[in-house]
Design a protein around this ligand. Structure first.
Ligand SMILES: N[C@@H](CCC(=O)N[C@@H](CS)C(=O)NCC(=O)O)C(=O)O
Length: 206
C-alpha cells in the first residue's frame, strides 16, 4: 500500500517533506494529494484537524503532521543513506534548525501580508522581528557555507541541505525584494547548485 502526502505547491514545509520522500526512494509509492490548506478541505481536515500541509498518511492509515516528524518517518522507513546520519547528527540538526528558523520567519511574515488586518505588516513589531530574524539567519548561513560543499548530484543529501535549500528558494519566491543573494555570494552559489538537483527541480514551487 502506498503513502499519501497532503501538500500544496507553494508550501516550503510540504516541499521539504516531498524532497525527503524523493531522496529516500519512495517514488511512485508516494501518492500526492494536492489541497488548498486555506480552504476547509474535507479530506485534509479528516487527516489533520489543524488543516496544515504537509500531512502524511502511512500505509497503515496513520496520519503524521509536522514536517520534521514526517522527515524522520520517511528517513526511517525509506531506502538509501540517512537524512539524519548518526555520525554527524548534531551538525546536521544545527543546519536543520537554521533552515527551519528561516522558513518559519518567512512563512509567518508572508501569511501576515496576506491575512493580517494591518496596513503594513512588514513594519509591525512582529514583521520587523521576522525580517530581522531572516537577515540574521542569512548572515549565519553565509558565514557557515564554506564547509557546506556536498552538492554534486551524485552525493547524497542530509536533512540540513534539504531544509536550508528549500528555505532559500522560498525567500526567492516570496521575498524577492530582499535581494539576499547580493549579501550572500557563497550561499547563492550553494543554493544554485542545490536547485539543480533532481529532487529540488521536480518539486519546484509553482
Ligand atoms: N509546523 C508545521 C507548519 C506547517 C504549516 O504551517 N503549513 C502551512 C502551509 S505552508 C499551512 O498548511 N497553513 C494552513 C493554516 O495555517 O491554516 C510544520 O512544520 O509542518
Amino acid at each position: 500500500m502506498s503513502l499519501e502526502l497532503f501538500l500544496n505547491a507553494t508550501s516550503p514545509y510540504a516541499r521539504v517533506a516531498r524532497i525527503c520522500a524523493k531522496e529516500k526512494g519512495f517514488g511512485e509509492r508516494l501518492k500526492l494529494r494536492w489541497v488548498d490548506p486555506w480552504t476547509d478541505d474535507e479530506a485534509l481536515l479528516e487527516a489533520n484537524p489543524h488543516a496544515k500541509v504537509p500531512t502524511l498518511r502511512t500505509s497503515e492509515g496513520i496520519t503524521i503532521s509536522e514536517t520534521l516528524l514526517i522527515a524522520h518517518y520517511l528517513d526511517s522507513t525509506g531506502s538509501g543513506p540517512p537524512l539524519l546520519p548518526a555520525d554527524n547528527l548534531a551538525e546536521v540538526m544545527h543546519g536543520v534548525g537554521l533552515g527551519m528558523g528561516l522558513i518559519d520567519s518567512a512563512f509567518q511574515l508572508s501569511i501576515a501580508r496576506r491575512y493580517a488586518d494591518l496596513d503594513d505588516p512588514d513594519r509591525s513589531v512582529l514583521g520587523r522581528r521576522r525580517l530581522a530574524s531572516i537577515e540574521r539567519g542569512l548572515a549565519t548561513l553565509e558565514a557557515e557555507t564554506a564547509p557546506r560543499h556536498r552538492y554534486a548530484d551524485d552525493v547524497h543529501l542530509t536533512l540540513d541541505d534539504i531544509v536550508i535549500g528549500v528555505a532559500l528558494d522560498y525567500l526567492r519566491l516570496r521575498f524577492q525584494e530582499l535581494e539576499w543573494e547580493s549579501r550572500c555570494p557563497a550561499l547563492t552559489a550553494w543554493e544554485d547548485a542545490r536547485l539543480s538537483r533532481r529532487s529540488f527541480k521536480e518539486s519546484a514551487f509553482t
